[in-house]
Design a protein around this ligand. Structure first.
Ligand code: PLP
Length: 390
């Protein structure tokens, strides 16, 4: 393919501000563009390809499934889904798993599950700065008005309170409230980590008022923070958990996990998805769950600490704060550096990173990142940062 073909995208909707790079193939922690230029991938497709590109075991498992069948519908028993649901139940402490395709769809499911359980109570308390997806229910649950503009009227039944503030939730509870919906770390508004104890206090509040606690683990879940699910850092058990992104290493898959009391109300016909729990995705996810053992989780925590320490060691005073847990890392600068412009320069220098809000660089390396690759990351990061005038 020639570079000219990149300009042939006139028919593609312009809803993304895409970088002028097209990847052709990948392997492990690296991506290669159409001119064979190598890039170190510290984005993982936005927290998706956690076990890297072209992982031998995931790839061979999916290829075996490709040769069996791709789709049969959810009208029939699925041993692959049953196996994955069992693994997720064991990891999460919850009872049931429903499979869909994306994070926004998982949150749509969670909203429906909560309303069903509420039996007339419908209002969900969400937080300012949250991100739960782009479809109408999840968009309406998202506490960032900039994403709502032009798409009203929104779905009713959501209240918003400041994040990391338990009293604000207490004050927002009324007779219609059915649930509290939270990200354990806010991933899209700057990698915002709440105070230790926040989730535990919210859990207690939900118990006191007979409310469901819904945790959106779409970005922070499936090992990304060094636990299977980020809520496990606080030793709480939510009533509903939503998942997607890293669950199948890049094949679209989402999930809603829930307690028995909630899930038993979702009887045949109440919810569904044609593609949800597709055999290719679920085959991949079963391998992801097997790879994600205690040893791997401990390594994620170690690698995260190593990357943070290495950034601090550079000694550039402009690094104001490094936030996050495990391999979900945000870096903020003072004076402010435009994150998108910095990410673009890093890309030119062979490093793929993300951004979160306009001022935070988001690092989401794969869990398989090696010491040598971390050193390479630091080298590119340091050189690129030093070329930005102070
Ligand atoms: N929830 C959270 C916390 C997310 O970070 C995202 C995506 O970034 C979503 C939901 C939406 O997921 P998807 O893009 O798969 O619909």
């Amino acid at each position: 393919m020639s570079q000219q073909n990149l300009d042939a995208g006139a028919a593609l909707l312009k809803n993304y501000a895409r970088y002028d790079v097209a990847f052709a193939y990948g392997g492990g922690s690296y991506l290669y563009d159409i001119n064979d230029k190598q890039y170190l991938d510290f984005l993982s497709g936005i927290a998706v390809t956690s076990f890297g590109h072209a992982h031998p075991l995931i790839t061979s498992t999916v290829m075996k499934q490709v040769n069996k069948f791709w789709h049969t519908s959810n009208l029939f028993k699925s041993p692959l889904q049953e196996s994955l649901a069992g693994k997720l139940a064991k990891m999460s402490g919850l009872d049931y798993a429903f499979f869909c395709n994306t994070g926004t769809e998982a949150n749509e499911g969670a909203i429906k599950f909560a309303r069903k359980w509420g039996n007339g109570r419908y209002e969900i308390i969400s937080t300012n700065g949250s991100f739960h997806g782009r479809t109408m229910g999840s968009l309406s649950a998202t506490g960032q008005p900039k994403f709502w503009e032009g798409f009203g009227p929104l779905t009713p039944g959501f209240a918003f309170v400041p994040y990391n503030n338990v009293d604000a939730i207490t004050n927002a509870i009324n007779e219609n409230t059915v649930a509290v919906l939270l990200e354990p770390i806010q991933g899209e508004s700057g990698i915002i980590v709440p105070e230790a104890g926040y989730l535990k206090k919210v859990r207690e509040l939900c118990d006191k008022h007979n409310l469901l606690l819904i945790i959106d683990e779409v970005q922070a879940g499936i090992g990304r923070t060094g636990k299977y699910f980020a809520y496990q850092w606080e030793d709480v058990l939510p009533d509903i958990v939503t998942l997607a992104k890293g669950i199948a290493n890049g094949i679209p898959l989402g999930a809603v996990l829930c307690k028995k009391a909630v899930g038993d109300l979702m009887t045949p016909g109440t919810h569904g998805s044609t593609f949800g729990g597709n055999p290719l995705a679920v085959a991949a996810a079963n391998v992801v769950m097997d790879l994600l053992d205690e040893e791997q989780l401990a390594k994620i925590t170690e690698l995260g600490a190593q990357i943070k320490a290495a950034i601090l060691e550079i000694g550039d005073d402009r690094v104001k704060e490094i936030r996050g847990k495990g391999l979900l890392i945000g870096v903020e600068f003072d004076p402010v550096i435009d994150a998108k412009a910095f990410a673009k320069k890093l890309l030119e220098n062979g490093l793929v990173v993300g951004t979160s809000s306009v001022t935070v660089l988001r690092l989401l390396p794969p869990f398989i990142i090696s010491d040598v690759e971390i050193q390479k990351f630091i080298m590119i990061f340091k050189e690129t940062l030093s070329a930005i005038p102070a």
